[in-house]
Write a protein that binds this ligand. Structure first.
Ligand code: HEC
Length: 162
């Protein structure tokens, strides 16, 4: 059995669009995501410039990560496989970067590779234009965000450098 039949769509020129979105997210990601991540008491959120400059490079890096994950959900609900693929690729690149390695802890690295595994699944699903696989990969990816954060909060906070 090969690929699902009537499912295929002609390659729309959505790639350009997708790239635009990704680049846009890189530039404006923190703005979009601020309200989501720090809805609690942590950020006064009164003056935007002050809040932005308070962000460390690491936290900006992490915010970009959230933007790509959101972009993937966007791709899923609009059945834009190109967007799914691009956001997965971008997440994959982030996870390869130096900044991702905030800790050398073995468990942290395990969470990292779990994350990379789900990112690869999402990339594959984007390439094969399989919406169900992409949705599953997204759920697993999200779980891996939550699990690693749980670990970071509970175990790693003490060792983390400011
Ligand atoms: C392998 C571990 C790991 C995984 C997986 C992971 N993160 Fe993170 N994340 C971190 C660490 C470490 C920090 C920094 C924590 C800190 O600032 O103390 C962080 C911080 C963040 C922040 C906060 C940035 C800020 O403003 O301080 C956001 C948002 C975020 N991650 C989103 C995500 C999303 C979305 C995913 C899944 C797509 C994800 N993370 C997956 C480790 C991970």
């Amino acid at each position: 059995m090969v690929r699902a039949s009537g499912y295929r769509r002609m390659g729309r020129v959505a790639s350009l669009l997708g790239m635009g979105v990704v680049v846009g997210l890189l530039a404006g990601g923190p703005l979009v995501t601020d309200q989501l991540s720090r809805a609690e008491d942590k950020a006064p959120a009164a003056s935007a410039p002050a809040a932005a400059s308070k962000k460390t490079p690491l936290s900006q890096f992490m915010q970009v990560k959230l933007s790509y994950a959101q972009s993937m959900l966007d791709g899923l609900v609009t059945e834009d496989f190109d967007k799914i693929l691009r956001s997965a690729e971008s997440l994959g690149e982030l996870s390869q970067s130096e900044q991702w390695r905030v800790s050398n802890d073995a468990v942290f690295r395990q969470y990292s590779s779990e994350f990379e595994r789900t990112v690869k699944q999402a990339m594959k699903a984007g390439k094969t234009r399989s919406l169900d696989s992409a949705a599953l990969a997204y759920v697993q990816l999200t779980m891996s965000c939550v699990e690693c954060h749980k670990f970071v909060r509970n175990e790693l906070v003490m060792q983390a450098k400011p």
